[in-house]
Design a protein around this ligand. Structure first.
Ligand code: PFF
Length: 445
């Protein structure tokens, strides 16, 4: 089919979208902050009952309509009301997330290069190296952001089949190999069993409502939900392909990689006697110090680790821009090139604003109501637009789409019972869970 994924191509691309900084950087540090095992268990439940349910929701809409996000809402709705096109707003969160995601990927690229030289040997030096990079080194940050943005633009210019499918076909297996190598190395460390214990022995005392909501938020982010990415990729999935099986495989791969990354990182941390609760700096500050203590082997591990992060991030980044490209191509008849130039420039410039807003020189002029531009972009997407999009998707399917149609599509692949469970979750349980998350993030409850 013209510019469609093969089924394996779809699974790889959707897994490539799902597996990203959320798995290798964020999941371990959030797990560390909430004390390990119990959080992992709650997270697994959130993936199974909420994340996978919404993933299937986006997949069914996309595959059925085979269009851009706005048109997909119109086509799938019972009324075919053109106003459903406004639901298409969700694609813009992808562009905003991409702006600062590209900046963070740039920092990681910087770590790949510094790994070839001398890594900082104590956490004070590591902390100040990181601090200097983000608050003073404007030139390097712009260069790295430009390299990442340029790569993303280069890949998506080539389209679904020759760009996105191909890059995932190359990078995902490489990512898997690097992570396996690192996992084998961590097996040889005495602290591997401590890491296993930490991640799988539940300490319920650390679980409160914040932990539950963090697990839920993480489940959404890691499965790339709420920006139309999965909907857009599914629109290029052949209509007869089994989207349920593919979705389950993607959720399993994503979870397996998050757990693997956690085991690797915690083995390293415990081996060095470092804190598991270091927060966002865990990967940027704690790990380099550990690697530096391991000599040349440490350098090799450091390079591999940060390269793996770049690979994981690039395959996620391309999925953030694709919904907007498809929107302009299909609804406004843009050529792919024109759409890419427009959307590429938007996220590139927003990225520059985001990175400048954290530097000493521009902080003051780019801080609004107590938050800098970087934090605003993060807050507006992960706390406002993405949860709203997820609520909208559930309410749409539960109340504005013909149930018969959904039943027919699902039961071509699964039993009626499975469909009924999914439908019940999407109509009642998931919206309540996300509304709770949403109100909490806004500080209302
Ligand atoms: N799932 C990605 C991660 O875990 O890093 C993040 C992400 C990718 C979010 C694509 C949204 C998206 F559309």
């Amino acid at each position: 089919m013209k510019n469609h994924f093969s089924r394996v191509g779809f699974i790889l691309a959707a897994a490539g979208s799902a597996v990203g900084l959320g798995n290798i950087w964020k999941f371990p540090y959030v797990t560390g902050e909430y004390g390990g095992g119990a959080f992992v268990l709650v997270y697994l439940l959130a993936i199974l009952f909420i994340g996978l349910t919404v993933f299937l929701a986006e997949a069914v809409i996309g595959q059925n309509a085979q269009s851009d996000v706005a048109t997909s809402f119109i086509k799938t709705s019972k009324s075919k009301n053109q106003n459903w096109k406004f639901a298409g707003f969700i694609i813009f969160s992808g562009l905003i997330v991409l702006s600062f995601y590209s900046v963070v990927l740039g920092w990681i690229l910087n770590y790949v290069f510094t790994s070839f030289g001398t890594l900082p040997s104590d956490s004070k030096a590591a902390g100040s190296a990181f601090e200097t990079l983000i608050s003073k080194d404007i030139a390097s940050q712009i260069i790295y952001h430009t390299v990442i943005a340029g790569s993303v633009i280069f890949i998506v210019l080539k389209g679904i089949k020759r760009g996105i499918e191909k890059i995932n076909l190359i990078l995902m297996p490489l990512l898997g190999l690097i992570l396996l190598g690192l996992l084998f190395y961590s097996f040889t460390l005495d602290s591997f069993s401590t890491a296993l214990n930490f991640m799988f022995y539940p300490d319920w005392s650390k679980i409160d409502s914040n932990a539950l909501l963090a697990a839920l938020g993480q489940a959404f982010f890691t499965l790339s939900l709420g920006v139309g990415a999965i909907m857009t990729y599914s629109a290029s999935l052949p209509k007869n392909a089994n989207f349920v099986k593919s979705s389950i495989i993607v959720a399993i791969v994503d979870t397996a990689i998050a757990i693997t990354a956690g085991l690797i990182i915690f083995s390293f941390l415990f081996e060095a006697g470092a804190q598991s609760s270091a927060g966002p700096g865990l990967v940027f500050i704690s790990l380099p110090v550990i690697f530096s203590g391991w000599g040349v082997l440490g350098q090799v591990i450091s390079i591999s680790f940060f390269v793996a992060l770049v690979f994981a991030g690039i395959t996620s980044a391309v999925s953030m821009i694709e919904p907007s490209l498809k929107f302009f191509i299909e609804r406004f008849n843009f050529t792919r090139k024109k759409a890419t130039i427009l959307c590429g420039s938007i996220f590139y410039i927003l990225g520059i604003i985001a990175l400048l807003s954290m530097t000493i020189a521009f902080k003051d002029s780019l801080t609004f109501f107590g938050k800098n531009a970087f934090d605003w972009m993060d807050f507006m997407t992960s706390s406002v637009m993405m949860p709203l999009a997820a609520i909208l998707t559930c309410v749409f399917l539960g109340y504005f789409v013909d149930k018969e149609l959904l039943r027919r599509i699902f039961t071509a692949h699964v039993s009626l019972t499975v469909f009924n469970i999914w439908y019940f979750l999407i109509k009642f349980i998931v919206p309540i869970a996300i509304i709770t998350l949403f109100l909490n993030k806004l500080g209302i409850i």
